[in-house]
Design a protein around this ligand. Structure first.
Ligand SMILES: O=C(O)CCC(=O)C(=O)O
Length: 286
């Protein structure tokens, strides 16, 4: 399962492990997402999350910052009428749920801290990894499900860079339904911009990008369609994106990130910070 993993990861900036989770395990995660949908908040507490907005205007909210130790719901833009009532079925209204599923939900906690994940991290050379965030991503049919080209280290920054994403599709992914696309080798080009807590405390924008979105040439990207239950390991600096889901069915994924603690500094201006007196969960010790 882990043959050549580190070499592929270091060469391309990502590596695919096929058959990482069984169909039963995939179904358990999908069913758990349905359970979470049943517990969705009422209209007053709902927040839209528009991942296709590269200015990130709608991310810049307290709700986003506060979600780091909660199970919070982020809705697609246009999911509601002016009275806050859903215009689509609840399961089609969400963009994602985050960012502490790995901590607070027993099913996602079980899979995040399973031996296979620990072994993959170990194979990549992690000595003392922690998990700063997790998300369940709903890529439902429709334009708003696009995720713009980005590096994960923009959002989860350490010195030196150590962030790795574990991305686990719960449906087979195709070019049509919005598989991931990678710019191979782009992880060797540094961190292009950061998304930080605004140092200007008088501003209404709590979170800001340090520079505009770079232009990434689409022809540099390779589509990486994979079967459900695979795991794609994503280097924090590799540029990747996903197109809108043009199929008729949803494309779900569970994802979480790890960072190294040993000899590494977690940036204090990252949006996600451990709450006072707490630390991020250790991958190997849970
Ligand atoms: O699930 C997707 O379509 C995009 C995920 C992604 O880019 C990420 O988690 O960094």
């Amino acid at each position: 399962m882990f043959d050549d993993l580190r070499r592929k990861f270091e060469t391309d900036g990502y590596a695919v492990i096929e058959g990482f989770f069984s169909n039963e395990e995939v179904e358990e995660m999908k069913n758990e997402a349905l359970n979470l949908i049943k517990q969705m908040p009422n209209a007053a507490e709902r927040t839209e999350f528009d991942a296709s907005n590269s200015d990130g205007e709608q991310n810049k909210s307290k709700y986003f910052i506060d979600s780091s130790d909660k199970i919070s719901y982020f809705f697609e833009s246009g999911a509601f009428d002016p009275n806050g009532e859903l215009l689509v079925a609840p399961e089609l209204s969400l963009n994602k749920i985050g960012h502490a599923l790995h901590e607070l939900n027993s099913v996602f906690r079980k899979y995040t801290f399973c031996e296979r994940i620990k072994e993959a991290a170990f194979q990549l050379g992690f000595e003392d990894p922690v998990v700063p965030q997790s998300m369940y991503i709903f890529k439902n049919p429709g334009k708003s499900s696009e995720v713009m080209a980005h590096q994960d280290a923009t959002y989860i920054h350490t010195e030196p860079t150590s962030c790795v994403g574990f991305w686990i599709p719960l449906d087979d992914t195709t070019i049509e339904n919005g598989c991931l696309w990678f710019s191979r080798g782009s992880h060797k080009s540094g961190v292009h911009r950061r998304y930080i807590r605004n140092p200007d405390k008088t501003s209404e924008d709590l979170l800001v990008f340090t520079s505009p979105a770079p232009y990434y040439q689409k022809s540099n990207f390779t589509a990486v369609p994979v079967k459900k239950g695979s795991c794609i390991l994503i280097h924090g600096q590799v540029v990747h994106f996903s197109e809108p889901n043009k199929s008729k069915t949803p494309r779900n994924a569970y994802t979480f990130h790890i960072v190294e603690q040993k000899n590494t500094k977690y940036s204090e201006d990252n949006w996600a910070q451990p709450k006072e007196g707490k630390s991020f969960m250790s991958l190997y010790r849970n």
